[in-house]
Design a protein around this ligand. Structure first.
Ligand code: PEP
Ligand code: MG
Length: 595
């Protein structure tokens, strides 16, 4: 009789909406890579290439471990750092490397197979030792071997090893790991760390992958590869070993949601206009050129935020001026006359990149991030990006936006650089845009408080609430334990947002919101009432937000916004916006916050 496992429910943080029902693929510290490679024979002519590939993979794994150690050291977690010392010794073990080399050259075995076999021989030898401490090192050996194997087989963390679609369960997924997930093989993912505004969550929404983050470690301990799991990305609920009744209930919910979204889809040609005629622009946030079409698929107008750093993450080198130029032109051509807002490289914080050789910082979110990094550390990279943007600007309605601005001087410095590059392009007889609108992201309290002076030097504002909340409330956006303090409706945050919108209106410049609240219907009545011109969001959020806007009365929303600004607690402020949502569009409220 097969064992019947008890249904287990767990509450995490809802990071990306949607349901997923399926079996688990457990990615535990790269363990899933550790599968015996197929036994093949290589040609004599390939031997040298394979040996080189073997050593390059060892180097890559070693560098990864060093970076990991560096990060841990900055978190002062000395005991964990020691574990990786042992792993480094394994990558340097000459007995092991020599044996692998020999197996490749004499037996003509490919590097991955030879490496696996030699490692397993070592593990077998250690396993029979009486010393339990040494025995336990087999896990370390397999862990580091998994890392090396991933490089040998050109795979990344999170690659799914199964033929069917799976739900990924992992301790952690970095933004680059997430970006590398194969959407066709992954139903959704669950991660122990992280919060709804981390970049891992943002990517999940863009990729339309249901995701739940911030899961208790004991739940992760109970889950196993191949176990059945239901993932509810609307509420953050997880159900391990669902009973047939629970599974049937969720399959029914999935069907109903599908029908509902199908209905929303039929409204995509309608403009985002309130009942009393106020028109908002609803645009899309994208990370990859391939996603640009999804904006039109969901009825959006223009790209409100192109996170250009994803061209750099996961790339083998820095994207050249020509590559970037082609990407921007492709995007502009697909958008016709609609605006395309490209944010300059926003590296730093939780988005690190090997190609840019960033060193670990003790406080990366307060470090050389965004425009600071570009102006201070890699001006060459910013120059290349701005040249590509200037050249592409002739092909459509292109705008450039600067991340992590904290003072007027940063904008002026970029403007001087743009003028200098325009002269350079002119001298080189290279065609380019004579006018490239420049906007500032308002994502630091400094920028929000300085909105008046900033409005005089930029063409538009885009309020990045993900970071604005983090920096205003001193709450690390990636830390699941601080989720209870991460409130976009905190009175301090709302005061800054209102200050920024008012300054934009006074100076007659465009103001958009591109943080995740722009795509969350709970905040739509509030943002509409505060008077933003544009909401930019993951394309899949466009349908629900459009429906809400179309059901609102601007006069009511303005009144509610005024009340919200008087609130002394985040809960009260959210309640006002939520009540308005419930009365204007109950079907949407029911979907995201069932009562
Ligand atoms: C933001 O901070 O709100 C934003 C849109 O930028 P990102 O999430 O990429 O930091
Ligand atoms: Mg930001």
């Amino acid at each position: 009789m097969p064992e019947i496992k008890q249904e287990l429910i767990c509450q995490g943080i809802a990071a990306s909406s949607g349901y997923a029902i399926g079996r688990i693929c457990f990615v535990r510290h790269g363990e899933s890579f550790y599968i015996e490679p197929s036994d093949r024979t290589i040609d004599e002519s390939q031997v040298e290439v394979e040996i080189k590939h073997f050593y390059a993979s060892l180097d890559a794994a070693r560098n990864e471990i060093l970076t990991l150690q560096e990060t841990l050291r900055s978190k002062a977690d000395a005991s964990d750092v020691g574990i990786f010392d042992a792993q480094l010794l394994i990558t340097d073990d000459q007995l092991l490397t020599r044996e692998v080399e020999q197996m490749i050259s004499t037996m003509h075995k490919p590097a991955d197979y030879a490496f696996f076999k030699v490692v397993e021989k070592f593990v077998a030898a250690i396993s029979v030792m009486p010393d339990s401490y040494i025995k336990e090192r087999t896990a370390d050996i397999r862990d580091v071997a998994a890392r090396v194997l991933a490089h040998l087989q050109h795979r990344r963390a999170g690659d799914v090893q199964y033929d069917d679609q799976r739900i990924i369960l992992a301790h952690d997924l970095t933004p680059s790991d997430t970006a590398a997930l194969d959407r066709h093989r992954v139903l959704g993912f669950v991660v122990e760390t992280g919060s709804a505004s981390s970049h891992t969550a943002i990517l999940a929404r863009s990729m339309q992958l249901p995701a739940v983050l911030g899961i208790p470690a004991d739940f992760m301990e109970k889950a196993r590869d191949n176990d059945m799991l239901i993932l509810d990305g609307y509420t953050g609920k997880l159900i391990l070993h669902p009973t047939p009744e629970t599974e049937a209930e969720y399959r029914r919910k999935m069907e109903e949601t599908l029908v509902f979204f199908h209905k929303l889809d039929s409204e995509k040609r309608l403009s985002a206009e309130t009942r009393d005629g106020f028109v908002l622009q609803l645009s899309g946030n994208i990370e990859k050129l391939e996603d640009v079409d999804t904006i039109h698929e969901f009825g959006g107008i223009g790209v409100g935020l192109f996170r250009s750093e994803y061209m750099f993450l996961n790339a083998s080198g820095l994207p050249s001026e020509e590559e970037q130029f082609n990407t921007y032109v492709d995007m502009l051509c697909k958008m016709g006359r609609e605006p395309v807002v490209v944010r300059t490289l926003d590296i730093g914080g939780d988005k690190l990149d090997q190609a840019l050789q960033r060193y670990a910082e003790p406080n990366p979110f307060l470090g050389l991030r965004g425009i600071r990094f570009c102006l201070r550390e890699r001006r060459d990279v910013l120059r290349t990006q701005l040249r590509a943007l200037l050249r592409a600007g002739r092909f459509g309605n292109l705008k450039v936006m600067l991340p992590m601005v904290t003072c007027v001087e940063e904008v002026l410095e970029v403007r001087r650089l743009i003028a200098e590059l325009q002269d350079e392009l002119y001298d080189q007889r290279i065609e380019h845009a004579l006018h490239l609108p420049v906007g500032a992201m308002i994502e630091t309290p400094a920028a929000a408080l300085l909105a008046g002076p900033l409005a005089k030097v930029v063409d538009f504002f885009s309020i990045g609430t993900n970071d604005l909340v983090q920096y205003t409330l001193a709450v690390d956006r990636t830390n699941e334990r601080l989720n209870y303090l991460y409130y976009p409706t905190h009175p301090a945050v709302l005061t800054l947002i209102a200050n920024c919108i008012n300054a934009a209106r006074r100076h007659n410049i465009w103001v958009s919101v591109c943080g995740q609240i722009a795509g969350d219907p709970r905040f739509t009545p509030l943002l509409v009432g505060l008077g933003v011109h544009e909401l930019s969001m993951p394309p899949s959020s466009l349908g629900p937000v459009r429906r809400v806007v179309r059901k609102l009365q601007m006069a009511d929303a303005e009144l509610a916004a005024m009340q919200v600004l008087e609130c002394e607690t985040p809960e009260k402020a959210l309640e006002i916006s939520m009540n308005m949502l419930r009365s204007a569009a109950p079907e949407i409220a029911e979907l995201i916050a069932p009562e």
